[in-house]
Design a protein around this ligand. Structure first.
Ligand SMILES: [Zn+2]
Length: 477
């Protein structure tokens, strides 16, 4: 495969190459060559219709380090193949990302590669020896292998150094997510956005624009869309939870492993806390509504959200202190379901009793996993509510539910759908068009180039139209 190298600066050997995520939404992997320093930024897996063979189709011998923006599979999924290809250089990421990477990869190694526990442990142990966690804003230098004498020649090269430095800044997308600010040897700055989160989410702080970016490599997944705002989604959620408390129905949340699930849990808990305070509903009422996490991965990821509570936004952190009856993530309220036996017992119990409950179970698009047993048992019950908090691909049960079919097929059985199905776009972990624009317009310096990545071609075209009107920069699609 020949790949286009983009020269960033006409007088310097600064090149950007995209190994994926240029024309697709998934499989993010970029190579930055700065003189003789070579960095990879992310190493993601192609997903869905972008699927490609799981190999590393580019040369990696010259790479000095890998920088990871966050732990979603489309940014880290090819790590096992990178290791298999012999990669043994440092992998830099934030501390929370370092904890999440093995959790997220373990699932893929099990499901996609069919590795047993021992094999998976071996891969992950090797990976952990390469990972170097950094604090947010902690500067890290990477030195070139040699200093070519020509660097010190010529006036315009006067200020160049033989190293670059980088740091991670909060991206507000998922726990540990970061955009990367790299200061080049000539003092210019290139920023890789990774995935940016939306503004005003209840749990993570909003991303703050960098002060300066000469080159900006930015995602544009939702560059032509606007999401439900936070107030709208909270209001909708409140109605669903109130109804569940009244009629004893179960709220089913097909879970995406990380991000939305925790935001949603946080929002639900906050709403119930609020209703207890304002409507003098007694605590017992709340006690009737257990939050059931029936997904080993969601449990582990949620534990990481708890552990890294210093990364939450101020409002969420305030919830940790005085005046609050429960923990903002209601950890003690969670019913963790680990074994399959307990899982089946719970499905039967919720089907045969009148108990309200919130159940979080994988998979997010209802195309497998423990959510299937709940759906099969509870879709015929009109008291049931299903909250679809993410994108539902064509051909999945989630999409059939979204289309409001009156019957669906589960395990070959026809299942009647009397449950209420709610699609909530406000729980996307991605910045929408307005969030992206605010991030870009918040950059104080002039931007020379904006490289759009992560987006369907028409999305990028529409976003480019908006961008060129607002920002005086060359937009490269
Ligand atoms: Zn992501």
């Amino acid at each position: 495969m020949t790949l286009e190298q983009y020269q960033l600066h006409p007088q310097h050997d600064y090149y950007l190459t995209h190994h994926g995520a240029k024309d697709t939404v998934t499989g993010s992997c970029h190579e930055l060559r700065i003189n003789d320093i070579n960095l990879l930024i992310d190493c993601g897996l192609f997903q869905g219709k972008d699927s490609q063979p799981l190999n590393i189709e580019f040369d990696i011998d010259h790479i000095d380090a890998l920088l990871i923006t966050h732990a979603h599979i489309d940014h880290i999924g090819r790590l096992p193949w990178l290791l298999a290809a012999g990669f043994d250089k440092p992998i830099y990421c934030t501390q929370a990302t370092a904890e999440l990477i093995p959790l997220m990869l373990d699932d893929g190694l099990k499901l996609q590669l069919g590795l047993n526990q021992k094999q998976r442990e071996k891969v992950l142990a090797h990976l952990k020896t390469l990972i170097v966690p950094l604090e947010y804003n902690q500067l890290k230098n990477i030195k070139g292998r040699q200093v070519p004498s020509s660097w010190s020649l010529g006036k315009e090269h006067e200020h160049t150094r033989d190293f670059l430095s980088f740091c991670f800044k909060p991206a507000g997308h998922i726990l540990g997510s970061a955009y990367i600010e790299i200061t080049l040897p000539n003092d210019e700055i290139i920023v890789f956005s990774g995935d940016l989160g939306p503004r005003n989410t209840p749990l993570l702080p909003d991303p703050i624009s960098p002060k300066r970016a000469d080159y900006l490599v930015i995602e544009s997944t939702y560059g032509n869309k606007t999401h439900d705002d936070v107030a709208t989604r909270s209001k909708r959620l409140e109605v669903i939870v109130e109804k569940s408390l009244l009629d004893g129905g179960v709220i089913l949340i097909p879970a995406f492993s990380v991000g939305r699930t925790q935001e949603l849990l946080f929002d639900i808990e906050r709403l119930i806390e609020h209703s207890i305070e304002t409507e003098s509903t007694d605590d017992d009422y709340w006690q009737q509504l257990p939050i059931i996490l029936d997904s080993p991965l969601a449990i582990e990821v949620t534990e990481q959200y708890m552990k890294f509570h210093e990364l939450w936004n101020k409002e969420a952190q305030d919830g940790l202190s005085v005046g609050r009856k429960r923990h903002p993530m209601a950890f003690e309220q969670f019913v963790m379901v680990e074994s399959h036996k307990d899982h089946m017992r719970l499905v039967n119990r919720l089907t045969s009793t009148n108990e309200p409950a919130i159940v979080v179970a994988a998979s997010g698009m209802c195309n497998g996993g423990r959510i299937m047993n709940y759906l099969k048992a509870l879709l015929p019950d009109k008291r049931t509510d299903v909250i679809l908090a993410g994108y539902q691909a064509q051909g999945t049960l989630g999409r059939d539910l979204q289309n409001e079919y009156s019957y669906v097929e589960i395990d070959g059985d026809k299942v009647e759908v009397n449950a209420h199905i709610h699609s909530m776009s406000g729980y996307s972990a991605h910045a929408d068009r307005d969030d992206l624009l605010e991030f870009i317009e918040g950059i104080e310096s002039d931007i020379k180039q904006i490289h759009l990545i992560h987006g369907e071609p028409e999305t990028k075209a529409e976003f480019t139209d908006v961008l060129v009107k607002k920002v005086n920069a060359e937009v490269i699609v």
